[in-house]
Design a protein around this ligand. Sequence first.
Ligand code: PLP
Length: 421
Amino acid sequence: TAPLAELDPEVAQAMAGELARQRDTLEMIASENFVPRAVLQAQGSVLTNKYAEGYPGRRYYGGCEHVDIVEDLARTRAKELFGADFANVQPHSGAQANAAVLMALMNPGEKLLGLDLAHGGHLTHGMKLNFSGKLYDVESYGVSKEDHRIDMDEVRKIAVAAQPKVIVAGWSAYPRHEDFAAFRSIADEVGAYLWVDMAHFAGLVAAGLHPSPVPYADVVSSTVHKTLGGPRSGLILAKQEWAKKLNSAVFPGQQGGPLMHAIAAKAVSLKIAGTEEFKDRQQRTLSGAKILAERLTGSDVVDKGVSVLTGGTDVHLVLVDLRNSQLDGQQGEDLLHEVGITVNRNAVPFDPRPPMVTSGLRIGTAALASRGFGDEQFTEVADIIGTALAGASDVETLKARVSKLAADFPLYEGLEDWRLI
Ligand code: PLP
């Protein structure tokens, strides 16, 4: 019964340090967000104690009557939010959701066609060191050299030649909408299943601000913790005909007991995602990313060899292209870190620099929108980043501007009082 700070001061101290870091700096990693207090409470709850292998009503353990309610709520909310026939909310993470999707849709050795990791794809879409690259015969499509967009004629050509069993759309670093109808028609033409991994843009889809892949794809997977703003975890949506195969691929195929505390947190965040307030947040996320893209195509940064891939964005992130800049991705990330802005370096397509260095930055606006930022604050952040990348100000001045924004938008007020409950 001893509180954490007493029982384990070392962990408690590191946690306090992380809370302070989240409060005092500006989080712009495109795959991160701040969960609401209710989600933290659900996740940090006694549901972590419960084993519940199986699915609601068909468990391999007794005492599941309460967690059944929670999982049913999460499934129903996921289906309603995205207009899907079927939902599985048990995947522990996005990668595990994807492993289950592949297990359900294809056999080892069969062909998977996905976006190249170096062009914005995810590890689980066929990277050679990932299970997906080891188990499946992987073929990739990329973005065009001219405009850095996915060229659907090119995807079609590759698909016709490769005859894949599964085509995956979706990405980790791509700033534009994808044409799901075109992906569907290519899949139909070559007799492939279409899987869309909407991990990054699921929140925008939920808010109706991004085309939905659900009507087009056989299966849609997602994380819950990026724009969707919930706990770190995954989920799968599908047409009803896939229900049995997907359920069996998640459990017992990939996982044992579901994390019921995480599923409770998912249920809460899916409820929040149906609100007007959530929609407003996604709107501010999009608007912030557009403001950032505009600032980072200003003449002062362009003069320093900095630009934005595709010239703008349709989503919650901007991909900064540093191929012509003196700064590489690592230096850009370090410089912004010094200023108090957290981003990640990211390889750009056709990157001449090595993967640990890179020539790009991926900058997202979802977490700051959750913090309450609107156009005015995003204009200030965008100017801080533009000024830093153009080398036009000293770090201390920029740091003070970051601190003011952080102080104006306090995060998790009163958390010290209840985090130990
Ligand atoms: N799918 C996509 C498109 C992603 O960007 C990510 C995370 O970066 C994942 C899946 C994997 O999610 P997780 O880190 O929860 O395994």
